[in-house]
Structure formats: structure tokens, C-alpha cells
Design a protein around this ligand. Structure first.
Ligand code: SAH
Length: 256
């Protein structure tokens, strides 16, 4: 006779923030420090994974060169299987689980299987990058609308971004590095000024962070010439022309 476990575990969908362990919520840190099973993706910084107990089972569902990312269905099945076996599972995701994190799909799969889910929000890359680069996403003088879009999707040119970027707005593009040239062309074709300020923030909130500033027409070249690699965000709007770079310019002018 097969034994049914006396209790079903809970799946905790936990946001790990952009990289710096200090940017975890207390709830995320507490769950991680007492975890017995951790299922994590590739964006989670090793310094955060190191917070789990040595005895914890660490399961990576990350992309690696030799094999493809575990299919989403397989990840869902893994979470459900572990929980039904009686284990609480800490499912760690970069940033926030519900911002381009497929947290919704995982929560639904758990609900369908009768597994309890708790969602622990994390600092999404947009917030982490904005803070680290000191680029406000809204500003009374420059922007009262912020949009988050995914730049990697197939059929980029078919997506309707009308009204998301321009004067008074900030557009934050996730996963847009590989398609940066096409993104700039698309936005200029939609009527945006080729001189619209932008910033590319690579490895935000990590020791290797780089902040590159430029203008919309030069986005492709900025990414190419500086060999920008994922993970990186593109922030487009007048807010990207503010901040420390501008201050630095002012300081230089004052000195001359
Ligand atoms: N759930 C995550 C997003 C996952 S999609 C979140 O809320 O942040 C992956 C994309 O997020 C990357 O391609 C990149 O555009 C962005 N990203 C994640 N971490 C980042 C970081 N530390 N610096 C810059 N961009 C980051």
C-alpha cells in the first residue's frame, strides 16, 4: 500500500530582487534561511542562494549552455510533486515573481493540484535598476506614467506600444538587449524623438553594474559598442536625462 503523506507542503513563490542580498524582503530571507527545498532560476545571485541552509536541496531550473531551460510544464510539475510529497518549497525567482516571472503560471498549476501557494513580492529589476542608477521612474517634471514591457517577444513590430513612451512617460524594457536596434526603430516610427534620452542598466544592484546613457537613435550602437549583456534593462524617457550624470555635467561646467 502506498503511504499518503500526512500533510501537503506549501509552495512559496519568492522574489529574490535584482541581485544584492540586502534587497531581499525579510519574509524572503526568513523563508530562505529555513528552507529544505529551493527551486531557483538562473537570475538568482549566488550570494542569495548561499543563504539557504547547507542541508537544503537546491534544484536549479536555470538555462545552461549544454541543455535548454527546463520547460515551464516540467517546473510546474516539479513544484506540485514536491509539495504533494509533503515538502514546503521555496521557489526563488529573480526580481518579482509576478513581473515577467511566470509566477502566475506556477501559482495556477499549484492551485489546480490543490497545493497552497504564498507569493512573496520582490524588488523588480525596474525598481532595483532605477534606485541603483539614481534615475527616478516618475518625476513631477518629467513623467507621471511608467510602463514595463518585454522586448524579447517574437513579433516585436506587431506589438502596440503606442502611447507607452514619449513626453511625460517612462518606458522600461525588460529582455530588450538582443532586439535593442529594432526597439529604437519601432519607437521612432511610432513618433518618438530620436533624441529621447535613455539609459541602459546592466547587472543592476550587483557589483558589476554598468549604467550607459544615450539617446534613442543611438540605442543599437550603445548596446553593441559597449557589448552589453543580459541581464540589462532599457529605460526610455526624459527621466533618463536626469540624475547623477547630469549633475556630473553641471559639476564639470562649474569647474571650467
Ligand atoms: N521577474 C524579474 C524579471 C525576469 S525577466 C523581475 O521582476 O525583475 C528577465 C529580465 O529582467 C532580464 O532580461 C533583464 O531585462 C531584467 N533584469 C533582471 N535582473 C536584472 C538586473 N540585475 N539588472 C538589469 N536587468 C535585470
Amino acid at each position: 500500500m502506498t503511504q499518503t503523506p500526512s500533510r501537503t507542503g506549501t509552495v512559496f513563490l519568492v522574489g529574490a530582487g535584482p541581485g544584492d542580498p540586502d534587497l531581499l524582503t525579510l519574509r524572503a530571507a526568513r523563508l530562505l534561511m529555513r528552507a529544505s527545498v529551493v527551486v531557483h532560476d538562473g537570475l538568482v545571485d549566488p550570494s542569495i542562494l548561499a543563504m539557504a541552509p547547507r542541508t537544503a536541496r537546491m534544484i536549479s531550473v536555470a538555462k545552461s549552455r549544454s541543455r535548454h531551460t527546463m520547460q515551464q510544464d516540467d517546473i510546474n510539475a516539479l513544484l506540485v510533486r514536491e509539495a504533494l510529497a509533503g515538502n514546503d518549497v521555496v521557489r526563488l525567482k529573480g526580481g518579482d515573481p509576478f513581473v515577467f516571472g511566470r509566477g502566475g503560471e506556477e501559482a495556477e498549476a499549484c492551485h489546480e493540484a490543490g497545493v497552497k501557494v504564498e507569493v512573496v513580492p520582490g524588488i523588480s529589476a525596474a525598481m532595483g535598476a532605477a534606485a541603483a542608477a539614481q534615475i527616478p521612474l516618475t518625476h513631477r517634471e518629467n513623467a507621471s506614467i511608467v510602463s514595463f514591457v518585454a522586448g524579447q517577444c517574437k513579433g516585436l513590430s506587431d506589438q502596440n506600444w503606442a502611447g507607452l513612451a514619449g513626453v511625460g512617460r517612462t518606458l522600461v524594457i525588460y529582455m530588450g538587449i538582443a532586439t535593442s536596434e529594432a526597439i529604437a526603430e519601432k519607437l521612432i516610427a511610432d513618433g518618438l524623438s530620436p533624441e529621447m534620452p535613455l539609459a541602459v542598466i546592466e547587472n543592476a544592484a550587483r557589483p558589476t553594474m554598468r549604467v550607459l546613457r544615450g539617446q534613442l537613435a543611438g540605442l543599437g550602437a550603445l548596446v553593441r559598442d559597449n557589448k552589453v549583456k543580459s541581464p540589462a534593462l532599457i529605460v526610455i524617457g526624459d527621466v533618463a536625462g536626469r540624475g547623477d550624470m547630469k549633475d556630473m555635467q553641471r559639476v564639470l561646467e562649474a569647474v571650467q
